[in-house]
Design a protein around this ligand. Structure first.
Ligand code: ADP
Length: 664
């Protein structure tokens, strides 16, 4: 009823109001529509971002009061990184999909972030389960709705790269070669410890410097120019150069320098790897020298063999030829004597060659032993003079000698026999190589040394040969037209002997004018007891006491006869024994025996055993041993057996008689 009563104007007003509300509702609806659209747009944006971000993103719902995390979302990058499809993870527990998560340490982080709401960074660590392995870097945070989000990256490649870099760095640090890295302007940026060891420069001292600080100034400028041209052209360079260390010492290094270019092919740095090759170079030079020496030695040896064969055959020829001639019954006494003299000379020449050869081989094996004793230098000078006087006279060469000290002062401690050997060889050579003029020799004292000289006016020696003649087998003329005899051993032997005696030997010579050989010996004076050195005795005349008996023991008939011959005419009685046992028996039976001359190598009983037995019977009976090899070992053994003296075969009669006289 009331509606009916409402006035039209009221109705119109209500309608207006209604229309107003409808229009407001319509406005609100349109605003709402616009708002929903915005939300959708944002959601879409977020999704795009979520799906296309390069990091993996996993969104978890928290379950079981923070004891489990269930996948709510999983983006494409996460699928790629963990090699698993989104549909296989959604709604599943993180513990199931990633069973290694607790060991990895991320599960604790998820729990902490859920509890505290504070975002956390789980630093690069290695994740590993049966399915996947890799290095991961995780950021975890909590959404306002309570979900937990993990944003992560696979850093396996970077990590591997870092590790490789570390390894390479270590390899450079510990490299046995020196490594230098410079920038493109050749300023040093890095040197390894080996560089410091090699050059003496610390890394601090050289960083920022140019490697030219190592230049020795000995390499041609062109050398560095070419080096730079090569490396600036982007090519590697390899070569050797002489450099200088911090302490000024030069050294050779073998270097390999390479330019390093960036992606735009622009040189950014240079890397040099260098090795000290000073020792290698030295070794190489020594090797080359040794090889040349070996070849030369080989050549010399061949020459030597040809020579030695000649040298041995010539005296052999003399011995055999003249001994055959001696059988000729119609020979005059004078001829016989001349032939015997020639045979004797040839024998001596043979002996000297054999002695030299034995000495040389002993020197090589280090077995040459010296026997230093009181030696009168003046006597050696005199006896050498006497030995060569006739030869000089025959050649018409003026010959003289000089002593530099009084007889008493001239007695020194040295190896008499060896000194004699050297001096005789030098004087012999001087006469050999001098056709006319003069040969003189002698010595003088200079401070603590005796200086000997042997001068001649002979053929002389070319300068380029003067250093070489002291080498083995070396002769100035090696060809078949050689005018002079000799095996090229004497000087090398003399040099070794003089050096062993503590001196030096040298030569000064002018071809065509002559030579002077000089050698020194330490002056080690000895006060001689009676001022009467033994050598003098040799020249005096000696008569053995009547009935003096000598027992000669030798298995070789010729040697026995030779000794008997030497002793005959000396007013002595000679008994012979063929072996050690016979000798012992004779000593037992014959108390008159005054001395025994004992060969050492014999059948039945050798000389060593026999000497021991003889000394048991008559300890004071002198025994003089004779050995064929004069081996130092044999000498020792003979002395050990009790022999007073050891003489080497062939026996020099004068020497033997002098020795015997010492025991009469
Ligand atoms: P050789 O036995 O051949 O003489 P050496 O060793 O004594 O051997 O001498 C080596 C070389 O030195 C000789 O072949 C000779 O050429 C030279 N020589 C040595 N002494 C003299 C000298 N006084 N005058 C000239 N040349 C010499």
């Amino acid at each position: 009823m009331s509606d009916e009563k409402k006035s039209l104007s009221q109705l119109v007003a209500e309608l207006k109001e209604l229309r107003q509300k409808v229009s407001e509702l319509e406005k609100a609806e349109s605003a709402c529509r616009a708002f929903t659209g915005k939300i959708r747009e944002n959601e879409e944006r977020f999704r795009q971002f979520f799906e296309n971000i390069s990091s993996g993103v996993a969104v978890y719902d928290v379950q079981d009061d923070g004891n489990d995390f269930v996948f709510r979302d999983f983006n494409k990058s996460a699928e790629r990184i963990d090699r698993i499809e989104k549909e296989d993870v959604i709604g599943k527990s993180v513990l199931k999909i990633f069973p290694g998560i607790k060991k990895f340490g991320l599960f604790d982080v998820l729990q902490r972030v859920w509890k505290t709401g504070q975002p956390e960074h789980h630093p690069v660590s290695m994740y590993e389960d049966k399915r996947i392995v890799g290095w991961r870097d995780n950021y975890v945070f909590k959404l306002p709705g309570g979900e937990i989000v993990a944003v992560y990256n696979d850093v396996t490649r970077e990590r591997r790269f870092e590790e490789q870099l570390k390894i390479i760095g270590k390899a450079i640090e510990q490299n046995p070669a020196a490594v230098v890295i410079t920038d493109r302007d050749a300023k040093i940026e890095y040197v390894n410890p080996k560089f410091t060891e090699l050059t003496g420069y610390s890394s601090k001292e050289v960083i920022g410097q140019n490697p030219s600080i190592l230049q020795s100034g000995q390499m041609p400028d062109d050398f560095y120019k070419k080096l730079w041209q090569t490396i600036l052209a982007g090519r590697g360079w390899q070569g050797e150069f002489l450099n200088k260390k911090k302490n000024g010492e030069f050294y050779w290094e073998s270097a390999s320098i390479s330019p390093v270019v960036n992606e735009q092919e622009i040189i950014t740095s240079f890397v040099a790897v260098k090795e000290d090759v000073t020792e290698k170079k030295k070794l190489w030079e020594q090797l080359v020298e040794a090889k040349e020496k070996a070849e030369e030695s080989d050549r010399l040896k061949s020459c030597f063999l040809a020579n030695i064969s000649h040298e041995i055959r010539t005296p052999m020829n003399g011995i055999l030829g003249f001994s055959a001639l001696l059988k000729e019954p119609r020979l005059s006494g004078e001829e016989k004597e001349q032939y015997i003299e020639l045979i004797h000379e040839s024998g001596n020449r043979m002996l000297s060659i054999i002695n030299n050869l034995i000495d040389i081989s002993r020197i090589q094996t280090g077995e040459l032993v010296l026997y230093p004793g009181a030696t009168s230098i003046n006597e050696i000078i005199k006896s050498t003079y006497v030995s060569f006087r006739d030869q000089a006279r025959q050649k018409g060469v003026s010959f003289s000698c000089k002593t530099g000290l009084s007889a008493k002062e001239s007695v020194i401690k040295t190896d008499k026999a060896r000194l004699n050997q050297v001096l005789s060889h030098l004087v012999g050579n001087a006469l050999k190589y001098t056709g006319e003029g003069e040969v003189s020799f002698g010595y003088k004292k200079n401070d603590k040394m005796l200086e000997f000289y042997v001068r001649d006016t002979g053929i002389g020696i070319p300068e380029n040969q003067q250093g070489k003649i002291f080498e083995r087998f070396r002769q100035v003329s090696l060809d078949a037209t050689r005018e002079y005899e000799g095996a090229g051993l004497g000087l090398s032997l003399s040099k070794k002997i003089i050096e062993m005696l503590g001196g030096d030997i040298s030569v000064d010579s002018t071809p065509g004018e002559g030579s002077e050989f000089c050698f020194t010996l330490p002056y080690a004076p000895i006060q001689s007891k009676n001022n009467q050195p033994q050598e003098l005795e040799r020249e005096g005349y000696y008569v053995f006491p009547a009935g003096f008996t000598i027992l000669v023991v030798d298995d070789d008939t010729i040697s026995r006869l030779l000794l008997k011959g030497v002793l005959s005419g000396q007013n002595v009685r000679v008994l012979l024994a063929e072996n050690g046992r016979e000798a012992v028996e004779k000593v037992e039976k014959e108390p008159d025996i005054g001395i025994v001359l004992m060969d050492m190598k014999m059948p039945v009983m050798n000389g060593y055993e026999a000497t021991v037995k003889i000394k048991e019977i008559r300890p004071d009976l002198p025994v003089i041993a004779q050995t064929a090899f004069a081996d130092p070992g044999e000498q020792e053994a003979a002395k050990d057996a009790g022999c007073e003296e050891v003489l080497s075969k062939p026996i020099n009669p004068e020497e033997l008689l002098a020795e015997i006289r010492r025991y009469v």
